[in-house]
Design a protein around this ligand. Sequence first.
Ligand code: NAD
Length: 338
Amino acid sequence: MIRVGVNGYGTIGRRVADAVRKQKDMELVGVTAGHPHYKYAVADGKGIPIYALDMKSLEAFNKEGYSLRGTLNDLLQRVDVVVDGAPEDIGAANKAAYSQAGVKAVFQGGEEHGLTGTSFVAQCNFEQAAKKQAVRVVSCNTTGLCRTIGAVDKGPGVTRARAVLARRATDPDDVKKGPIDAVVLDPTTLPSHHGPDVQTVLPGLEIVTMAFKVPTTHMHLHSVILSLKQKGSKEDVVKALERAPRMNMVEGRAGFKSTANVMDWAREKGRDRNDVYETTVWKDSVTVVDGEAYFFMGVHQEAIVVPENIDAVRAMVGGYTREESMKLTDESLGIEHR
Ligand code: NAD
């Protein structure tokens, strides 16, 4: 069993922790907690061992009558791999503690590529994480772009990528951020950072992206334009996407008119937390004009990186092929495996 700890129990950390519990080759040794919150009472009820971030957190929990298992340092003594789920740009400061404990670490997309030198999307570069001490699972948008662009590249081929991202404002439990009544250019200067981030996984790809935030909490929606290497048809592009792993091909005529319908689909399927781990592509949007493929793509920001975190753990520990790991992950999370 691979012993896994999760440091940072927020949007991503909570999901990764539950996904670890579903793997037959992994044990969730524990998660960390900063200050008392209902999510830790729920975790405790599930039997998840909880450790404090530090001594100050431990005292805060003791005061509230919780009895935790120790601190992050104690957790690190008991794990092979830690998944860092700290807020954007905060995870980097944890790296020294992980190295000191001799524990492998998976960081998230809010950290810089340079922190680990290996940015990860399972279907694109699983093998590059082999034997690494630290790997960064790229952001939700980058994961979606790498999956679709990588898939089309394996079919008709891609010479150039363009994407316009309508980004969700914030996550559903975050009451502090907006916008509530605006579309916010994010940023006003172009291009956005997403293109260079895709290049950390797909080096050499010519890509330009632009982004803005819209008042919704569920899913990003990308308008993607790919210049094709070979003169492909709509069918060639659809076939390449349908063949690829972790792709959710949907159609307007089946009721998928919006991101809300995609979330509703996950609810109907009884997915944990209504999570959509796959990249959603509107099959009926796929259009090829003059050698350029156009399509709409949806990214459930809270969930899409969860399978990648599980595969990153296996890739770093070793002993699994890409196919073996992705199959185990997909089957455990109810993702149709291909
Ligand atoms: P979050 O704010 O929901 O959760 C962060 C958790 O970390 C909180 O529980 C907080 O108490 C804890 N924490 C605070 N300081 C810490 C520290 N020093 N060490 C460890 N934990 C600490 O954050 P999130 O949205 O889950 O984001 C985590 C990472 O995942 C970021 O890098 C982010 O960019 C990335 N990411 C987020 C999303 C998303 O849509 N939320 C999607 C993909 C990737």
